[in-house]
Design a protein around this ligand. Structure first.
Ligand SMILES: *[C@@H]1O[C@H](CO)[C@@H](O)[C@H](O)[C@H]1NC(C)=O
Ligand SMILES: [Zn+2]
Length: 296
C-alpha cells in the first residue's frame, strides 16, 4: 500500500505532466499561422481535348481567377466544349467574355457559329476566321479580367491569318500557338513558306521569355519526337521522348526554353542538323526539315 506521501508526490507528478501537455498544445495553437496567405494564380488554364484519337485538338479555357472573366480558345467542336462552358457559366464559376481563334481552319474556328447560338461573344482572331469581330494588330494588347495581359503575335505561314497569343499574369507566362508551334514540331506550310516559319518560330516566338509555357492546338508530340530522333540526338529530345511515352498530354508541360533545345525547327543553327540536311542557311534548313517531315 503506498504511503500518503508517495500518493501526494504521484498526484503532483501527474498534474505537472497534464499541465505541460496543456501548455504544449496551446503553444501549438498559437504557433500555427492563423491566416495562411493563399498564393492563387491569376491565370488558370483548362485544356479541353477534342476529337481524341483522330485530330487530337485542344481547346483552352483561360480564366482570370480574381474577376472570373474567362476566354475560350479554339472551341472547334461544340459537343465537347459546350458542356464544360455551360457547367461553369451556370454555376457562376466563370464569366465568359470572348472567343479567341488561332487561325481560320475548321478544326480551330469551325465551332464559332454554334457557340454563338449559346453565348453572345465577340470573336478575336485572324482575318479569315468564321464570324470574326476583331483581328488584333501584331503586338497589340488586351486584358482578361484584372490579371491577364494578352499580346497578339502574328505568325503567318501555316495560314496567313495565324496568330499566337502570349498571356502574362505577372508571375506566369503562357503562349497559345495554334498550328504554328507544336511541342517538338511545327505546322505545315499550307499558306506560307520557310522564310515565314523561320521568322515565326525563331524570331517572334523565340524572343518570348524562356519560361513561357507552350499550349499548342494539337497533341502531336509523339510523332514529332519520332521525326526529331531521326534528325538529331540530344538529351532534350531523349527527355521529350520519355515524357511523351509516359504522358498522354504534353501541352503546358514545356516552355519556349525547352523548345529551343528539343524542337529541331527551332535549332536551324545547330551544326549537326545543318550537316544532316546539307544546308547552312537557316531558311534553307527550315525548308528542308519541313520537306523531310512531310515525307516521313
Ligand atoms: C515567302 O513569303 C513572303 C510573304 O508572302 C514573300 O514575301 C517571300 O517572297 C516568300 N519567299 C519565298 C522564297 O518564296
Ligand atoms: Zn491548322
Amino acid at each position: 500500500m503506498p504511503s500518503s506521501r508517495t500518493r501526494l508526490f504521484l498526484s503532483i507528478f501527474l498534474m505537472s505532466l497534464l499541465a505541460a501537455a496543456i501548455k504544449r498544445s496551446s503553444l501549438n495553437i498559437f504557433s500555427r499561422p492563423i491566416a495562411q496567405p493563399v498564393t492563387s494564380r491569376a491565370m488558370h488554364v483548362q485544356s479541353i481535348p477534342m476529337w481524341e484519337g483522330t485530330g487530337n485538338n485542344y481547346a483552352y479555357l483561360v480564366t482570370d481567377d480574381k474577376s472570373k472573366e474567362a476566354v475560350i480558345i479554339d472551341p472547334a467542336n461544340p459537343p465537347e466544349v459546350l458542356p464544360v462552358l455551360k457547367e461553369k457559366t451556370d454555376s457562376g464559376a466563370i464569366k465568359l467574355s470572348k472567343i479567341i481563334n488561332t487561325h481560320h481552319h475548321h478544326d480551330h474556328a469551325g465551332g464559332n457559329v454554334e457557340i454563338l447560338k449559346h453565348y453572345k461573344l465577340p470573336i478575336i482572331g485572324g482575318k479569315d476566321c468564321s464570324r470574326v469581330t476583331t483581328t488584333p494588330d501584331h503586338k497589340s494588347q488586351f486584358h482578361i479580367g484584372e490579371g491577364i495581359k494578352v499580346t497578339a503575335l502574328h505568325t503567318p505561314c501555316h495560314t496567313q491569318d495565324s496568330i499566337c497569343y502570349f498571356f502574362e499574369d505577372g508571375s506566369e507566362r503562357a503562349v497559345f500557338t495554334g498550328d504554328t508551334l507544336f511541342i517538338g514540331g511545327c505546322g505545315r506550310f499550307f499558306e506560307g513558306n520557310a522564310t515565314e516559319m523561320h521568322k515565326a518560330l525563331n524570331e517572334v516566338l523565340a524572343s518570348l521569355p524562356d519560361d513561357t509555357k507552350v499550349y499548342p492546338g494539337h497533341e502531336y508530340t509523339k510523332g514529332n519526337v519520332r521525326f526529331a530522333k531521326k534528325v538529331l540526338n540530344n538529351d532534350a529530345i531523349k527527355k521529350l521522348d520519355e515524357f511523351s511515352q509516359a504522358n498522354k498530354e504534353t501541352q503546358g508541360k514545356f516552355t519556349i526554353g525547352d523548345e529551343k533545345q528539343h524542337n529541331v525547327f527551332m535549332r536551324v543553327n545547330d551544326p549537326n542538323i545543318q550537316q544532316l540536311v546539307g544546308q547552312t542557311q537557316p531558311v534553307e534548313v527550315m525548308r528542308t526539315l519541313r520537306e523531310m517531315k512531310d515525307r516521313s
